[in-house]
Design a protein around this ligand. Structure first.
Ligand SMILES: Cc1cc2nc3c(=O)[nH]c(=O)nc-3n(C[C@H](O)[C@H](O)[C@H](O)COP(=O)(O)OP(=O)(O)OC[C@H]3O[C@@H](n4cnc5c(N)ncnc54)[C@H](O)[C@@H]3O)c2cc1C
Length: 354
């Protein structure tokens, strides 16, 4: 008999899980507490690992058509360019960095689900969850229902994680981060992903989203003010501040309930892994559900999450530092990698495939 499945949360993780099940002919209910899709552009970088997953359902082609391919990643120290990585250096055309605002990625996933007759149930919130050996009982907006398995893809403040009594182990970074979604008519670096490092350890990442639209993220309270020099902004779509937790849940599963995406892990945006890691969790969970190997889900995804958190943290600490000696060492290493084409290619592969 086909198991009855509930997916909680219709972010990229939840929708990928639903799609990966649907393409195998397994139906799932997917609920989302928002009344409507999120309009926020949050994660923009789509890595080869996610595109390989999307290829199985054909979504990769739609994303490739909609996304912008990042041509170069440039790193500046104050105003001096020290690295210029050619992101198309790898002969494998799949080893590329694509950029698409998260709301558009989510629209593509939602459309792909609709094509397979799966609709997200908006305005439905998981309130409670309890389980025994044979099923999980949930309360959704005051109504009870029973499922064989639940995938909690309900984000960093996961209700399911709290209900299961699982600890979100880790710490919060002390600094305030900021974001700005800007449009600039005459930005000279169209299609370039630029990183501006400052002496004081602050940095701003400028990520291309569309021809004249850019995302700024900084480890400082005002992303625009962290730019060296002035930027002639024609339109500010959104700006805001946020704090970052470097956290991982102690267990990715308890009984018949499984955690994936931000519900299971959070880290800094350095390395652009957050959304992509959730997509990988979702794909592996769906595969294991279909294969009957869910027992191995926790060990496998906990190890994968740990590796990415360590990668993101070592990148963050290496690049965003006010320590002069540490920074000089990092910049010297980057200059060497930049000067030798084979090392340049190796660095691109590490950035995109780690
Ligand atoms: C400002 C900002 C910038 C970011 N930039 C980047 C970036 O550049 N690169 C990157 O990789 N990542 C970035 N991220 C992180 C990225 O957005 C997340 O990693 C990604 O959204 C995780 O997807 P998810 O589906 O696991 O969780 P979410 O996208 O958070 O989705 C969870 C969903 O569950 C729903 N939900 C919550 N509780 C319930 C409930 N009780 N019942 C039903 N539904 C519920 C929520 O409404 C939400 O829609 C950024 C995040 C923020 C906030």
């Amino acid at each position: 008999m086909t198991p009855k499945i509930l997916i909680v949360g219709a972010g990229p993780t939840g929708m990928t899980a639903a799609l990966e099940l649907a393409r195998r002919g397994i139906a799932a209910d997917i609920i989302e507490k928002r009344d409507a899709p999120s309009p926020l552009s949050r994660a923009v970088g789509i890595l080869p690992s996610s595109m390989a997953i999307f290829a199985a359902s054909g979504v990769d082609k739609v994303i490739r058509e909609a996304a912008l391919e990042v041509a170069e990643v440039e790193i500046f120290f104050e105003r001096k360019k020290i690295v210029s990585l050619h992101m198309d250096a790898d002969p494998d055309p799949h080893v590329r960095l694509l950029s698409l605002p998260q709301d558009r990625t989510e629209t593509i996933l939602r459309d792909a689900l609709a094509n397979r007759n799966v609709s997200v149930r908006y305005g439905k919130s998981l309130e409670r969850l309890e389980q025994n050996e044979t099923h999980v009982r949930v309360r959704i907006d005051g109504e009870s229902a029973e499922y064989d398995y639940v995938l909690a893809a309900d984000g960093a403040r996961s209700t399911a994680r709290t209900q299961l009594g699982l600890t979100f182990e880790g710490f919060d970074l002390p600094e305030t981060w900021s974001i700005a979604d800007i449009e600039v008519d005459d930005w000279p670096r169209v299609g370039f992903f630029s990183v501006y490092l400052r002496k004081n350890g602050e940095a701003v990442f400028v990520i291309p989203m569309e021809a004249h639209r850019y995302r700024l993220v900084a480890n400082a309270p005002d992303a625009l003010a962290t730019m060296p020099g002035t930027v002639d902004v024609s339109r500010l779509n959104r700006s805001g501040q946020f704090t970052i937790g470097i956290r991982q849940v102690e267990r990715y599963s308890r009984g018949r309930v499984f955690l994936a995406g931000d519900a299971a892990h959070t880290h800094s945006p350095v390395g652009g892994r957050g959304m992509n890691l959730g997509i990988s969790d979702a794909a592996e969970w769906a595969q294991r559900l279909a294969d009957g190997t869910l027992d191995g889900y926790h060990a496998s995804r906990h190890a994968a999450g740990r590796k990415i958190i360590d990668f993101s943290e070592s990148s963050r600490k290496g690049v965003l530092t006010a320590n002069r000696l540490k920074r000089t060492t990092t910049l010297a290493a980057l200059r060497i990698f930049n000067a030798i084409p084979a090392l340049n290619r190796q660095m691109v592969r590490r950035m995109l495939l780690s």
